[in-house]
Design a protein. Structure first.
Length: 281
């Protein structure tokens, strides 16, 4: 990577993988715009980062990714700074053990895990294109392998709800979005990749009773957030992936997915549906 100070935006930066990535990138000298749902979480996170990186260059973007209006405001607030954007790290995610809807009426896991990064990325694409040598990184999950295909006809889980399948569907959306976006970015110097962090001890299952139980039982075997963030940081910073795009990584290597996670016809249809749902068609 070049030595010019780089600017990054990380969603879901107040815990887990996002916080670990923020600490590492701050130590590497990045100018960071970190996303949090509220000022209290932002203040606590900034104190945590500065405890190890006192010189951290941090600004905050506040908003609930369950609201498309809030996503638009986050993008607008960043663009109003006039700063370049060299890294967009779409990390925020949720799991719920029951079907919940957002203020826009969308199933919450689909909305927060897919529609929010889809919209935010599209709103910031022109800035990424003009900033030079920019990268988009998404936190996906091996949970997509619980599926047999994307449930494109019931993205809102209105017909049936199983939290693992709905969560897996949203993470499969991350992969298909990455594939399609890479195709649309051909000819630019913006790359986009996503990754599986492994089974990580984060707050992701905090609102999910089963998730909390699993995390408690499996605690001796799970990865730390620092370990889980490593592949994301690798994709954000390593010279070896300068020209790599449209891929799904695990442990710093391209990971071969099942055919349904490389279905470009499905990726295009998901893109079209996402455009309509977010209102950017």
């Amino acid at each position: 990577m070049d030595k010019v100070k780089r600017t990054g935006l990380i969603t879901g930066a107040t815990s887990g993988i996002g916080l670990a990535a923020a600490q590492t990138l701050a130590a590497q000298g990045y100018r960071l715009h970190l996303h949090a749902r509220n000022k209290e979480k932002a203040d606590a996170t900034e104190a945590w980062v500065r405890a190890s990186v006192p010189e951290a260059d941090i600004a905050w973007l506040l908003g609930d990714l369950g609201s498309l209006a809030a996503v638009r405001k986050i993008a607008a607030d960043f663009l109003a700074t006039g700063e370049p954007l060299h890294l967009l790290f779409n990390n925020a995610g949720v799991t719920y053990n029951d079907r919940r809807t957002t203020v826009d009426g969308f199933e919450a896991m689909f909305a927060i895990n897919h529609l929010a990064p889809f919209l935010l990325t599209n709103l910031l694409l022109e800035k990424l294109k003009t900033s030079g040598n920019a990268r988009i990184v998404g936190t996906s999950s091996g949970a997509h392998e619980f599926l047999k295909a994307l449930n494109i006809d019931d993205l809102q889980a209105e017909n049936a709800f199983s939290f693992m399948k709905v969560y897996g569907n949203s993470k499969l959306c991350n992969i298909l979005f990455t594939r399609e976006l890479a195709k649309r970015l051909e000819g630019t110097d913006v790359t986009v990749n996503c990754f599986h962090p492994g089974f990580v001890a984060t707050n992701l299952g905090g609102d999910n009773l089963f998730g909390r139980l699993v995390m408690t039982i499996a605690k001796p075997f799970v990865r730390s957030p620092d370990k889980g963030a490593q592949t994301g940081i690798f994709l954000a910073t390593d010279d070896s992936v300068n020209a790599v795009t449209g891929e799904y990584f695990y442990n710093n290597k391209i990971y071969k997915t099942k055919p349904f996670a490389n279905d470009m016809a499905m990726a295009e249809r998901l893109w079209q549906d996402s455009e309509q749902l977010t209102g950017i068609a």
